[in-house]
Write a protein that binds this ligand. Sequence first.
Ligand code: AMP
Length: 408
Amino acid sequence: MTFADFHFEPKLQDGLDSMGFTKPTPIQQQAIPVILQGNDLIACAQTGTGKTAAYLLPIMHRIMHTDHRHLNTLVIVPTRELAQQIDQQIEGFGYFTGVSSIPVYGGGDGATWDQQRKALEQGADIVIATPGRLIALLAGDTVNLRHLKHLVLDEADRMLDMGFFDDIVRIISYLPKERQTLLFSATMPPKIRQLANKILSNPAEINIAIAKPAAGIRQEAFVVYDSQKEALLKHILTTYPWKSAILFASRKETVKKLDVLFRKSNIEAKAFHSDLEQPEREEIMRAFKNKQLRLLIGTDVLSRGIDVEGISMVINWDVPPDPEDYVHRIGRTARAETTGTAITFINEADQRKFFSIESLIGDTLPKLPLPEAVGAGPEYTPEAKRKDNTRFNGKRNFSKGKPSAHRR
Ligand code: AMP
């Protein structure tokens, strides 16, 4: 199957060609015909599957048949980075089409606010918004969403994790009932089902999410005491071949501490977190993307949606609390069929969590011996630690080492 089989508007096809897209991914093969037919859709798919193009392309095709006078499509996303990336994809696909878009997110100055408000009032074809800022703009009462035709909720599970359920319901109360609604989520917990029942009408359902890391990622782990992590990190950064890397930590405070650590070293690294001003975040991301900055330090917010090519290594300073975040973190490397290395530091308290990850991905990962200079680490005995870490028992359905039913 090729994209030509969808018979997109020729100018949209030109955009696809110029972006080098030839073969649709599985989610695109399944979702595009459903969306072109005007059906509602609930799709279980992670970043990396091509889900963004799966909804953008058919929507853009349909927009090309409108008179472009009103705001046509609203895409609601959890983070500003994702909003920007979607906007960039629209720019790429839409280069020859005249389809307009604007990302709407918090931060920025008064001029940004005015620009976002004007774009909403004048009706850009596609608005990609984070919930908080959109609600603030809607409260101004000058934005008219009455002609909206398509609503997309992207990374819906992450939005609910971030506490946006009520905001989303409130935004939807501004929208016409007669519309096409598409919901994309990496997982399908009951709360997503509840949301879907509320806002979708007779949806088609697609399930693409396989919680498996890409085949090109070499995964390794070290079992360490916290006190050994710094030396181990230094060892890896100085002995492993790497061009561009992300160091993940579960908490913002840890990211800040690591930032301080690197300031004292001769490896240039930048921390990326929500306390930074928007221009600073953009500058860091730009430098990382164009490889002026080799090492980025961030939390799991960075693990979702950031699509930077050529990341050769991901280091997990700790084990992420949610097994699926592990897949997201390491998925930052080995994008687009390249190869990469993902290394995880497992301290004693994280052993049980790492075991849950191995269950989720259906693989036992090698625990490498620590380099001599780092000293001997703790034993790896996750089963013995089961009682220490009851968070994963039952609650997330990862018992017996099998992914939960919705993911199969
Ligand atoms: P997503 O899952 O939407 O975050 O997409 C992951 C990456 O795959 C992005 O860099 C896309 O530009 C790229 N991509 C999506 N669909 C295709 C395709 N059919 N052919 C080539 N690259 C693609």
